[in-house]
Every structure is written in C-alpha cells, then in structure tokens.
Design a protein around this ligand. Structure first.
Ligand SMILES: [Zn+2]
Length: 147
C-alpha cells in the first residue's frame, strides 16, 4: 500500500466506497462522478500505477469482474453496450472504468470535440443515498454477494 493513495485507502477499508464486489485481490465500487448511473471502477487491491504493469492473473480478474458488471448493466439499464477502459487520469492507481452506454458518445464525448478541453466538466455527484441504492441494485443484478 502507498501511504497517500486514495484507492489504496479504499482497498484497505480506510475510506468508504459504494462497494459492488470484493475479494482478496480486487475491489469494485461506484465512481462518485458517474458518466451514467452504475458507472463502476474495478481496482487491484495492490498498488500498481499503470494497467500494463498488472500481473496477467490480476488483469484477468478485473476484466472478469467487469464482464459480470456489464451483463448486469445490460439487463438493468437496457443498454446495447457497456464500455471498459483505463485512462490513468486522476488517481495514480490502476482502475478500470465500466460504464453502461446509453449513447455512442458517452465515452468519446462529442461535447469534448465541440467545446475542447476548456469545455470539459466533471459529471455531478449523486446523493449518497442514490449511490447506495445503485450499488445495492447493481451488485444484486451482477450476482455478487453483498460486501
Ligand atoms: Zn494505490
């Protein structure tokens, strides 16, 4: 664990998160500023900055968890596709974004191309009760035991 890493603290249970799935190696929880409802992050518990440095088994665990979430999101949110991506932005601890896509530009951001980087804004943060309910419903739909 790295002392001042936000995601290491969440993985260690030192900071709260709306958890979806947890085992000894990975943790899935809701993004506090979701692009769409259900936007989840899947992280390794061990501190790795870049996804390309993850041991293969750990990367596979993260992808497998994201697949479970994607199947649940398709059923729950009635979307055709779910995106999975790593950006390496904001928190220097590898994290996979899993986002149900209601529009083909949910991730590519047509607004970004139109307004440029100055037009970018962080999506709003839903109320804690709303995030808790989303975590409960999505975790159940994914077949995860409550964490
Ligand atoms: Zn970390």
């Amino acid at each position: 664990m790295t002392q001042d890493c936000l995601f290491c603290k969440i993985a260690a249970g030192e900071l709260p998160a709306h958890k979806l799935y947890e085992d000894d190696h990975i943790l899935a929880f809701l993004d506090l500023h979701p692009i769409r409802q259900g936007h989840a992050l899947v992280i390794p518990k061990a501190h790795h900055v870049w996804f390309e440095d993850l041991p293969e088994e750990l990367a596979t665990r993260i992808t497998s968890c994201a697949q479970d979430l994607a199947r649940a999101m398709k059923q729950l949110y009635r979307v055709e596709r779910v995106s999975l991506f790593y950006t390496g932005i904001h928190v220097p601890h590898a994290h996979a974004h899993v986002v149900p896509m209601h529009h083909v530009h949910d991730v590519t951001s047509q607004a970004y191309f139109h307004d440029g980087p100055d037009g970018y804004s962080v999506p709003p943060q839903p109320a804690p009760e709303q995030l808790a309910e989303t975590a409960r419903v999505l975790g159940k739909a994914a077949g995860f035991n409550r964490v």
